[in-house]
Design a protein around this ligand. Sequence first.
Ligand code: BG6
Length: 468
Amino acid sequence: MKTFPENFLWGGAVSANQCEGAYNEDGKGLSVQDVLPHGLRGERTEGPTADNLKLEAIDFYHNYKEDIRLFAEMGFKVFRTSIAWSRIFPEGDEETPNEKGLEFYDRLFDECLKYGIEPLVTISHYETPLGLAEKYDGWRSRKLIGFFERYCRTVFTRYKDKVKYWLTFNEINSLLHAPFMSGGIKTPAEQLTEQDLYQAMHHELVASAMAVKLGHELMPSAKIGCMILGITVYPLTPDPDDMIATMEKDRETLLFADIHARGTYPKYLLNYFEDHKIEICMEPEDGEILKNTVDFISFSYYSSVCATTHTELGEPTGGNLSRGYKNPYLKATAWGWQIDPKGLRYTLNRLYDRYQLPLFIVENGIGAEDQLVTLENGEKTVLDDYRIDYLRQHLIQVREAIRDGVEIMGYTSWGCIDLVSASTAEMRKRYGYIYVDRGDDGTGSLRRYRKKSFWWYRDIIESNGVNL
Ligand code: BG6
């Protein structure tokens, strides 16, 4: 019976801004995260403030050797992280890169390769240099395409012999929901029109396709993918109007994958622009650049939502960015994210049917409060059976999708080591196989402890999924 392929890339994922810390070391400039102490829905601050946990995060910048050793102990084949753009170009618009920043990622990637772990690198993960936000209003400005191109050229040239797998923008569709965190757009969200947001989206899409083009030129054997927040939508009722509402909500996500995979704007989006009097300013070369389509599609998957026209029947869901209505058949996490393993199988099939491109699940996991306990032998751990159960249920559905015929490159669960959450900027919302001793008040030894899920995941990787 068909199961995980031999070369399946098992691993874990983090982002620079949520784990590295060292926010002002070795020439790093500020990023938008350094002024967002309370996450997605909190106010930004003028500069870094002591209550911002990301400034130190889990100090991966100094602990990366120990952490990668632990990933290797679990048997990781791949490790997804991002490059902090402002370590390389501190303000974003410099002409020459910061050598010390480049050296850090040399050391980091070398450390991965030492254990046979392939780095999977996100070029931009919610950490636009603050300078680009302040001076240009982030991705609203077309100038960012040029700055991004320089940044890509720099990192592709530098790491072409170390990194084979690249992702352009993390959850690129989040730009429409979180313009400052996702796109460095300083103008308050309530003052932005749809026109502004779709124009910024166009700039990012051109930049993403440009990165694919450049990457293929500079690194012919590299695989470059897009990354979509893969929110899955069901109709709340069988009313045909709910099916249409589902289709429309689905397209808010799919349009990004459509453009990345097909190299052109879909007709339904162009019609939407026309109906809403949105006029995207495009340069003559943009059409050609967009034709540089991705090698694979990656996405994050945490939950699903429902869409309905019967709003009186629906109860709004929790979630990070894109929200909908609760599904009465599903349970939710303590943060209100609905748990839907079968939705992952459905999503994999839906994306593969639509694009026939390899897929990579680059985020999945449960954010939960963990309790550090001491075992009889004196060892400290977390008995996180709830995490094992969540991941196991999802991986069973990945296996089902493989049996359905979907081509899946790999799976990197989110926050393989505890880190600061993106939407709420907390430490207590933990995802890791490795517990990090740090609390929401910023105190803690930063010591690392293997959770029960650490041993479970090691066994799953070792058996290539047979022991699920
Ligand atoms: C994704 C992001 O939206 O979800 C990650 O790419 C984020 O950066 C993850 O951490 C989980 O969300 P949260 O808010 O629980 O950290």
